[in-house]
Design a binder for this molecule. Structure first.
Ligand SMILES: [Zn+2]
Length: 90
């Protein structure tokens, strides 16, 4: 691999701060979960997050999305609402 190609790939890697959810999807998810927590509370699982994923996201991606949320500190529904909006730039 020549040098210019290597530099180009490094550049692309740095540019790819990419989330699995689009900003629109992330906003919809957080809104959905927040409303349901107000009603039903958080039981320290991703039950509402999971319910939203079931309706909106391809089943194959659920695990990756949950993993991404946990990396942002969203280990349960209330933490998803509290901790993830900044990372998604909402
Ligand atoms: Zn919680």
């Amino acid at each position: 691999m020549d040098n210019s190609r290597k530099m180009n790939m490094t550049y692309q890697a740095q540019q790819r701060i990419e989330h699995l959810l689009t900003p629109d999807q992330a906003a919809a998810l957080l809104q959905y979960v927040e409303i349901r927590i107000l009603d039903g509370g958080c039981n320290h699982t991703h039950r509402y997050t999971q319910a939203w994923l079931d309706e909106n996201i391809d089943f194959m991606k659920h695990e990756e999305v949950l993993c991404e949320l946990e990396n942002m500190g969203g280990y349960c529904d209330c933490e998803v609402v509290k901790n993830c909006f900044e990372d998604y730039n909402l």
